[in-house]
Design a binder for this molecule. Structure first.
Ligand code: 16G
Length: 251
């Protein structure tokens, strides 16, 4: 077991609550690399005994770090130091493939569905096409180093992408944005996005390999070509334990 716990100097006379002191010590150990991603923490009982504090105090410290994504609980196995979240900027138009490569991960996709549907109201509005017009629907689970990161559904106006369904192999192996550019000569120039939290459905949670009922980040994007015509309407569900989004704010 790692020595960091015995080194924790808690001050019972301090106005800073004990749970907060424990939390700060754990955070410091995570920040300076004494505790590394994947390291197992002692159980609440063990840690409480080591630190001579109440078990509830330890639980409170650990729960907050779990909620903030620094620790992760695995049922029946214990509590572990989480891998740092992927921090992604929201101000640049990039593809999943580019984003993951930049971070040194191997991007991949598992194709769940590739089909043509009639546009519903949302698709029609987003893509500025008529209700019921043909839309290519591509549902993919996106992976980084084989780990599920996001579940994405992209919608493309079928009229602009003839014979798209014949590209099944490419879609399941490569980058959608590369296909759009290289095969159809469409340049993606800008996107409008929204970001909101939601609870994963049972199906979404199973695909993302996370407990059901966990929050996910829903990012919706309409991507435009150089003439400002919508080319893609996408709904991407990101694992909230693996992602945080960053925006630069200017004056
Ligand atoms: C991003 C986009 C998604 C796009 C995908 C293309 C968001 C919310 N999603 O994940 O709209 O389809 O990249 O990635 O930004 P690809 O070129 O690797 O297939």
């Amino acid at each position: 077991m790692i020595d960091v716990y015995t080194a924790m100097a808690l001050d019972g006379d301090s106005p800073v609550p004990l749970y907060f002191q424990i939390q700060s010590c754990l955070m410091k150990a995570i920040d300076n690399g004494t505790l590394m991603p994947g390291n197992k923490l002692p159980s609440e009982r063990e840690l409480a005994a080591k630190l001579a504090v109440n078990r509830l105090t330890v639980r409170q410290a650990m729960s907050e770090l779990v909620n903030e994504g620094f620790l992760t609980r695995k049922r029946g196995l214990g509590t572990f130091v989480a891998r740092p979240k992927v921090e992604q900027g929201l101000s640049k138009l990039t593809s999943f493939t580019e984003d993951m490569r930049k971070r040194g991960f191997r991007p991949a996709a598992r194709l769940i569905a590739l089909e043509v549907q009639g546009a519903d109201k949302k698709m029609a509005q987003s893509l500025r096409i008529g209700l019921g017009e043909a839309v290519i629907v591509i549902e993919r689970l996106r992976l980084a180093d084989e780990e599920p990161m996001a579940l994405e559904i992209s919608h493309l106006p079928a009229g602009r992408f003839p014979a798209f369904l014949t590209l099944r192999t490419e879609v399941s192996q490569g980058s959608l944005y590369d296909i759009v550019r290289d095969r159809y000569n469409v340049t993606l120039c800008a996107a409008a996005e929204t970001l909101e939290a939601k609870v994963a459905s049972a199906r979404e949670a199973a695909l993302l390999e996370m407990p059901s009922g966990m929050p996910v980040l829903l990012r919706e994007r309409v991507t435009f070509d150089q003439n400002g015509i919508p080319v893609e309407y996408a709904r991407s569900l990101y694992r909230s334990d693996r992602y945080k989004f960053m925006v630069e704010v200017g004056q």
